[in-house]
Design a binder for this molecule. Structure first.
Ligand SMILES: [Zn+2]
Ligand SMILES: [Zn+2]
Length: 338
């Protein structure tokens, strides 16, 4: 039996809206971003800081990019989408190649105020306080209109508005989602996108108050890759990841969170968030074991400067191959490294 050649490149492996400083001269891990490479096409999941540099370092060709998938609207997953758009389009051969971008739609309701707040808190941009993917891509391109028009008119580059097609992911109408009261109802995976190479499915995961927050699964001829997005232990994710060839799961060191944050209401609110919205490595291992994932890689590591042994506790619950990848590490899906 022949299978399509496939591998993953872990472009960036750190989580959180920070650049983690290291205690030696090592390069910090880049922000979360993952390439799923199938045959001669590849797909990009999340656009953390330095994503475009990492794409170039990895030798990935924008003209072979089959789509960009955003798990949720936290900035550590979107901050360098701008670079993919306004730097990336220089290497697109022409307007015949469209690149779809899929991500969450508008949240539809403001987030609830933390019970730790001592009084009213002013939010920003009341006219559109919770934009989704389509609006974000529109805002990003509009903010560079002066530059883009110069390149298009004077240097005759292709028009990026015609190249990047943003879509808000539509949830199944009967799934019961409500951003504040039911952000991650139990649901069956649903198809987001399909081309001749992959079928991409999604499910809602547990990352409150962010909603919707998605995990994605890429099925191709001969295997599959599942990417957790940011989530607490999620039964929806377990169903999505059933028998997957590789699960990339986020991981947090909660002991670090207790050491890191100040002992005040703001610090306690941050610790509250991490506990209700992220997964320690042993629970990531448990989910991978229950799902029957053939390999488990931990990424979106928080903190991004922890020593590798912090993540080893996943071995206590997961019995197959565990990987703690570096940035731009190739993870083979066919039993050999490309
Ligand atoms: Zn994140
Ligand atoms: Zn997040």
């Amino acid at each position: 039996m022949t299978h399509t050649d496939a591998h993953v490149i872990t472009l960036g492996t750190a989580g959180g809206p920070r650049v983690w400083t290291l205690d030696d001269d090592a390069e910090p891990r880049c922000g979360i971003a993952t390439a799923v490479v199938v045959g001669d096409k590849w797909y990009l999941i999340d656009c953390g800081q330095s994503v475009y540099r990492q794409v170039r370092k990895a030798g990935l060709d924008i003209n072979k990019l089959g789509g960009i998938f955003i798990t949720h609207m936290h900035s550590d997953h979107t901050v360098d989408l701008i670079n993919m758009l306004v730097l990336g389009f220089y290497t697109v051969a022409g307007e015949g190649h469209t690149i779809p971008i899929f991500g969450p739609g508008d949240r539809g309701a403001l987030h609830p105020l933390s019970p730790r707040a001592s009084g009213p808190v002013n939010h920003v941009f009341d006219d559109q306080p919770t934009p989704g993917t389509r609006s974000m891509v529109d805002f990003l391109l509009r903010s560079h209109a002066t530059d883009l028009n110069e390149r298009i008119l004077d240097s005759l580059y292709p028009n990026p508005v015609n190249i990047f097609e943003a879509h808000d992911i539509e949830l199944p109408a009967d799934c019961g989602f409500q951003a504040n009261s039911a952000p991650s109802p139990a649901m069956r995976p649903f198809t987001v996108f399909e081309d001749e190479t992959v079928r991409v499915s999604a499910t809602l995961v547990v990352h409150p108050p962010v909603a919707p927050a998605f995990a994605f699964r890429f099925d191709y001829d001969g295997g599959s890759v599942t990417i957790s997005g940011d989530t607490k232990y999620s039964e929806n994710l377990g169903e999505l990841a059933a028998d997957t060839s590789l699960l990339l799961h986020e991981a947090i060191d909660l002991d670090w969170a207790h050491r890191f944050y100040d002992d005040d209401e703001s610090g306690r609110a941050s610790i509250d968030h991490h506990k209700k919205s992220h997964t320690p490595p042993d629970l990531a291992g448990k989910l991978a074991e229950q799902a029957g994932a053939k390999k488990l890689a931990l990424h979106h590591l928080v903190p991004g400067n922890a020593h590798g042994k912090v993540w080893e506790s996943a071995r206590s619950t997961y019995s197959s191959e565990l990987i703690i990848p570096r940035d731009n590490q190739v993870i083979s899906l066919n039993g050999y490294t490309v």
